[in-house]
Ligand binder design. Structure first.
Ligand code: KIV
Length: 282
């Protein structure tokens, strides 16, 4: 049985911090499952860190369904959240229902995440009323990159007040939790104290109820640019480069494979084959 939204909300009530990571494939989901992470997001950051796009805008519903299915196969206990990609929910409530329904029914997600505040309230409510739990996402909303850029949000009085209002509106609309991305730590703390639902921060300071990171960032899969909010807990790019170089050297030198990695005949076959070949040569 997967972790439920009630269990996630209980963690806030009990003052227990909520760790969340992204995953995009089966092997990573299995490792996260073993680690007993409670929340797993198949983020549309897939576009940036797996598919090589510059932004999340080109990510399609089919991309997301495909990867969510793989994650859902590997994640036995974490709550799996499917991230609704650009223009799969902003266009109309029927579109949002149909597309969120695919995440739940086809892909095996337990809830969906969507970006936006007051403007998305009716959509959030329509999904929740029909049995689809929704996680909100405020602050830096990457699908709006062409409108707002990729900079921190909520840094002026007006913007901070709007963000606080949006958070309350999402909660009232029925969202079970809300991601706060790249907002001042003090504002995130205020929102966290004001809401009864959990806040999950990314670049939003230490006082959110939970934290989310893009797994490729925290494992150090990219070395060219490390965003300010990222702490690298491993340096996988270096480890992978070293492993690949060692493999190429071993192949070039003939030290891989050895007999240990090779197959043998069944008992007696080798001797018989040698005799057969000898007869043919004669
Ligand atoms: O797509 C994603 O990975 C996200 C997280 C950064 C919250 O939305």
């Amino acid at each position: 049985m997967r972790v439920t939204i009630q269990q996630i909300q209980d963690m806030k009530r009990h003052g227990e911090k909520i760790p969340m990571l992204t995953a995009y494939d089966y092997p990573t989901a299995r490792i996260l499952d073993d680690a007993k992470i409670p929340l797993l997001l198949v983020g549309d950051s897939l576009g940036n860190v797996v598919l090589g796009y510059e932004t999340t805008v080109p990510v399609t519903l089919e991309d997301m369904i495909h990867h969510t299915k793989a994650v859902a196969r590997g994640a036995k206990t974490p709550h799996v959240i499917g991230d609704m990609p650009f223009l799969t929910y902003q266009t109309s409530i029927p579109d949002a229902l149909r597309n969120a329904g695919r995440f739940m029914q086809e892909a095996g997600a337990n809830s969906v995440k969507l970006e936006g505040g007051a403007i998305m309230a009716e959509t959030v409510n329509a999904l929740v009323e029909r049995g689809i739990p929704v996680m909100g996402h405020l602050g830096l909303t990457p699908q709006s990159v062409n409108q707002i850029g990729l900079r921190a949000q909520g840094r002026t009085i007006d913007a901070a007040q709007k963000l606080l209002e949006d958070a309350v509106i999402l909660q009232d609309a029925g969202a079970y939790a809300v991601v706060l991305e790249a907002v001042p730590a003090t504002l995130a703390k205020m929102i966290t104290e004001r809401l009864s639902i959990p806040t999950i921060g990314i670049g939003a300071g230490p006082d959110c109820d939970g934290q989310v990171q893009v797994i490729s960032d925290m494992l150090g899969l990219f070395t060219d640019f490390v965003p300010k909010h990222v702490k690298q807990y491993a340096h996988l790019a270096e480890s992978m480069r070293d492993a690949i170089n060692n493999y190429m050297v071993d192949v070039a030198e003939g030290s891989f494979p050895t007999l240990e990695h090779s197959f043998t005949f069944s008992n007696g076959v080798e001797e018989e084959l040698v005799q057969e070949l000898k007869k043919k040569i004669r």
